[in-house]
Design a protein around this ligand. Structure first.
Ligand code: G1P
Length: 321
C-alpha cells in the first residue's frame, strides 16, 4: 500500500482507519496492518458526516498528540517524512498540502496573500483561488475545540476546510506546502487508472514467482510468490502481479497493469488495467483501461467482439462476453 509506505517512512506506524458504511473488503485486505509493518486500529463511522467528523471520532485514538490526516482516496508523490519533519520543526497549529488545479470548484481551496493563508473555502461556487487542498493535513490537538463548534455544511458534512478556517479566525498559525510531485484524487475510475500509472512509473523489478521457459519479460516487472507465468506469455512492464496468480500460455500483460493475488489471466491481452484479487479473465478480447473488482469473472462466449472494450466492474461481478 503506497500510503502506508509513505507513513511508515515518516515513522508513523500507529494508524487509525475511519470506516464508513461502505467498507466491504477493507478489513480483509488490510487486517491488523502487520503485513504492511504498521498497526491499524479501525474506527467506525456508520453515519459518514464528513472529514472533520472522522477526526472528531478519532480523538481518543489520537491521545492528545499531533497527528496527520491522510484521505484514503488521495495519492501524492511527496515525501511525507520531509513534510512531517517540517511540521514537527515549525509546530504550526495546522499544515496543509496544496496543489494547483484547473477545476478549483471540485475541492477545498486556499487563498494566499503575501505568502500567508488568508482564507479557506470548501468547493467555492465563485473563484477564490486555484490552490486546492490535497487530502493530507497535519494538526495539533488544538483543532478539536474548533471542530466541536462546526455546523453541518450544505452537503451535511462537518468540513475539515471550515475547521481550518475557524482555526485561522481564532488566530491559529496555518502553514502550507505546495506539492512538487504528482497528486491524484482517485474519486473517479479514470483517476484510479491514472494513479496506478503514476505509482507504477517508479516500480522496481522483483520476480519471486515461477516463469516458464520462453516467457518474455521486459521493463520493470514485479511478480509475487507462488505466481506461475506459463510458456509463451509476455509481460511488458511496468506491471505488477501479486501472489498465487496464473498468467496462462500466450497471455499478454501490457504496461501499466496491476494484477492482484489469486488471479487468472488466461489467453487474454490486458493493458493499462487493474485486476483485483480472485478474478478470472478468460476471453479472446483485448482488455484495456479497465478496473476489475474482486472475485469477478470475464469469460468469452465465443461471439466476435470489437477489440479494446472498456470495463468498470464492481466486486463479485460476473461478466459474460
Ligand atoms: C475532500 C475535501 C476537500 C479536498 C479534497 C481532496 O473533498 O473536503 O477540501 O480538496 O477532499 O481530495 P471530497 O472528496 O469530500 O469531495
Amino acid at each position: 500500500m503506497y500510503g502506508f509506505d509513505q507513513l511508515r517512512a515518516a515513522e508513523i506506524t500507529d494508524i487509525g482507519i475511519v470506516l464508513g458504511p461502505l467498507h466491504e473488503g477493507i478489513k480483509d485486505a488490510l487486517g491488523d496492518g502487520s503485513k504492511f509493518h504498521v498497526n491499524i486500529t479501525y474506527i467506525d463511522q456508520p453515519d459518514p458526516k464528513g472529514i472533520a467528523h472522522a477526526v472528531l471520532i478519532s480523538k481518543d485514538f489520537l491521545e492528545n498528540q499531533p497527528f496527520i490526516v491522510y484521505l484514503g482516496d488521495n495519492l501524492l508523490k511527496e515525501s511525507i517524512p520531509e513534510l512531517a519533519e517540517e511540521f514537527t520543526a515549525s509546530k504550526p497549529d495546522a499544515m496543509v498540502v496544496l496543489v494547483r488545479v484547473k477545476e478549483p470548484g471540485r475541492f477545498g481551496v486556499v487563498k494566499i496573500e503575501d505568502g500567508k493563508i488568508t482564507k479557506l473555502v470548501e468547493k467555492p461556487k465563485q473563484f477564490v483561488s486555484d490552490y486546492a487542498l490535497a487530502g493530507v493535513y497535519f494538526f495539533q490537538p488544538s483543532i478539536f475545540p474548533v471542530i466541536q463548534t462546526l455546523k453541518p455544511s450544505w452537503r451535511n458534512e462537518l468540513e475539515i476546510t471550515e475547521a481550518i478556517q475557524g482555526l485561522l479566525q481564532r488566530g491559529g498559525r496555518i502553514t502550507f506546502h505546495e506539492v512538487s510531485g504528482w497528486w491524484k484524487d482517485t474519486g473517479r475510475p479514470e483517476d484510479i487508472l491514472e494513479a496506478n500509472q503514476l505509482v507504477l512509473r517508479d516500480l522496481k523489478s522483483s520476480i519471486k514467482g515461477k516463469l516458464d521457459e520462453g516467457v518474455l519479460v521486459s521493463g520493470s516487472v514485479e511478480i509475487g510468490e507462488g505466481t506461475h507465468v506459463h510458456r509463451g506469455a509476455t509481460i511488458r512492464g511496468p506491471a505488477v502481479i501479486g501472489e498465487n496468480s496464473e498468467i496462462g500460455p500466450g497471455a499478454y500483460v501490457g504496461p501499466y497493469t496491476s494484477i492482484g493475488s489469486n488471479v487468472k489471466i488466461l489467453g487474454t491481452e490486458i493493458e493499462n488495467s487493474i485486476v483485483l484479487d480472485g478474478s478470472v479473465i478468460d476471453c479472446r478480447d483485448r482488455v484495456v483501461d479497465s478496473i476489475i473488482g474482486r472475485n469477478s469473472q470475464i469469460r468469452s462466449n465465443g461471439t466476435q467482439r470489437p477489440s479494446g472494450r472498456r470495463f468498470v466492474v464492481g466486486e463479485s461481478t460476473y461478466v459474460s462476453l
